[in-house]
Design a binder for this molecule. Sequence first.
Ligand code: SME
Length: 171
Amino acid sequence: MTVPPRQTTPALLQVDAVLRRLQGKDAVQEVCRFLRMEFPHYRWVGVYALAGETLKLAGWDGDQPTEHVEIPIGVGVCGRAAREKRTVIVDDVRSAPEYLACFLETRAEIVVPVMDGATVLGEVDVDGNEVKAYDASDAAFLGAVAKKLVGPLKDVLAARSGGPPSPAVPP
Ligand code: SME
């Protein structure tokens, strides 16, 4: 159990508070920062937005930037999660042939799609430094976070295509 149940509800309430305060890319960025600060086993947290067939990094928090700011669907662990429309947990990245290496210290990864109905809007990508860093509790928690990121990611995608932002989430 890597996300204790007692931490789940307060953390989701904090995410709600962020989303009342911020929109679009700013909201995505702040959620990444919050998740990494709150959970020590989340060493790098990024959110990608899916534009056409390409995942584009919309926000991240970690010690270093990633070179993978754009990932085609189907490529890497991120691209696999988007193509298969499901959460992917990699226990040991050294045993995952499709893994796109970012950081030497990374040993495990979890990627959770952000779904709007049957449409992939993007995904949450978290890297950890321990083998088997993530389990079903992370999948459930990050799945709940991903649901909350539907609005911000729609805004990010609308801004990229020149459209107006969606209305702010009511308090
Ligand atoms: N490892 C990912 C690429 C993104 S980085 O982890 C930030 C992958 O295999 O798709």
